[in-house]
Design a protein around this ligand. Sequence first.
Ligand code: AHR
Length: 662
Amino acid sequence: MSFRLFISLLVFTGAAASFSRAQTVPTLQINADQVVAKASPTLYGLMTEEINYSYEGGLYGELIRNRTFKANPTNAVYWNTIGNGSISLDPATPLNNALNISLKLDATVATKDSPAGIANGGYWGIPVRPNTTYRVSFYAKAASGFTGALAAAITSTDGKTMFASADVTRITGDWKKYEVTLTTKNVELSKDNQFTITTTSPGTIWFQQVSLFPPTFNNRPNGNRPDIMQLLADMKPAFLRFPGGNYLEGNTIETRFNWKNTVGPVEQRPGHLDDGWGYWSTDGMGLLEFLEWCEDLKMQPLLAVYAGYSMRQPHVAPGADLEPYVQDALDEIEYVTGDVSTKWGAQRAKDGHPAPFPLNYIEVGNEDNFDRTGSYDARYTQFYDAIKAKHPNLQIIATTRVTTRTPDLTDEHLYPNSEGAMEARAHEFDNHIRTGPKIFVGEWATRVGAPTPNMAGALGDAAWMTGMERNSDIVLMGSYAPLFVNVSRPSRGAGGSMQWPTDLIGYDALTSYGSPSYYAQQMFSTHHGDVILAMNATDIPTKAGPAPARRGGATNQPAATTPQLPAVFSSVTRDSSSGTIYVKIVNTLGAPQPVKIEISGLTSVAADGDAVVMKANSPDDTNTITDPTHVAPITEKVTGLGADFTREFPPYSITILELKAK
Ligand code: AHR
């Protein structure tokens, strides 16, 4: 009997001898001198795509909504007129082939007392912070006869409070880029604000790419929001899977993430409709920005390449038809990794990043199990062979089962809609075959709570993570999804800011917060260890599992028996350089749970140590934009530890004990 099977049997034998029946104390026997496997250093990463206003109205610093006027082909949505003027879209006055439309302001009457202009309310507000400098840029041209200047400003939405304003010199009859800065004084934080460009002289003016950037993380131009970046940095993620998800595929081949349209100067990027999630992407967050995001947070890129299948079922036939898409992927890899002597490496240098990026993982497509034609096997093979021929060291991930090649990893997705359903899967890798492709859990989440998960979700997630961690010899990587949600209008309907409930990190225009699941992941990721220790879990208490789904609504069927589930989950790892042993215990019950911990194979375990604990009074407890750390971990000094001790774990809690061991 394998060691892992032995553990699983013990867990479920413990289940049979339920804690309420027997007076036994659940026990973890840890064999500290028996390393089961290396803990995968890449286990905890991030998955991201444009969903729930993740970049536009989220991580990407741009504050102007619909800055290129392409979000709607007939209306200048998210733009308003100020004073006596009118605005319209003008396809006859494009900036260039990419931004092939402009916003026309007819300021028929404009005076010092009654300026005319355009206003944008951002993504549910424009954040105003004290003593902060914002960078404004826009392209403009004027009809002959216009002699005035323009004023760029941030004001309150009612226009009554002016936070900062700057004059822009005389506008000419040719397209020209104008740049100014706006600096606020010692004002209070607010978001019910707008950005305006006004004139006090009558005339006609066209605009394109109207942009307002706050300070960004690492001061990158075209960069990211510092608060959200800091939340991510605190998770110490090992990799970033991008650009999707459904966002990679699009509904159609035309609306895929076409990376070549996302590099180069932002005014040369046409943008595209993110039709999977229903809104326009300017592609300001393009391939280079994803890579710089990785660089800033010291994450490895896990680059998903378009594989010739989109969600409404079009697919490109393997063979000659698919060849241009394979070449596109090879070009993309060259853009990431090629030196400046290569065509695409030179392009990357021209775009501002001469140094190649490290790249170890390529994912071919996304969720190709949904391709009903079954073409993935052949498509994967074509990509695999071409990529391996040029880049034999790249690990190539398949998105579903293939037979003609052995993928380096297979991407599995799971989204149980209750904590019980997730907990029921926490042991599924324990007896998994160990000889096939390694596993990448590229999307996982307990879908409980909206817009962000509550403590019940975090408990399900933590139970799941103990399973990934115990088995990280085969589960090399995992990433929660979706990562982000703008919580300003958390509904799925038109005008809503959320297409998919249960997202790890929430924000509005001004602030951001991590959900209990975010903190659970942060706890696991920052207390990782490098080896997995052997352990036996016995006499684990049980609870009723999730009710099996009823089919057909028939009432005369016998009630299905609800399976029993373990109620306590655990994993044990060690950091070999410091000797610290990390014991992770997840108590999903609403009562305190004693657990006996017996450690063998060590000289000593100190009586003092640290415990990182996150607990809640109810599984419904959660964090919100106004109460961002209602549920959050605290680190406390603990005593009474050793090679044999019993400790009580609070109701609805996730605990990491840090044992100083020799
Ligand atoms: O995470 C949300 C979506 O779920 C992803 O875009 C897709 O890959 C999955 O179906």
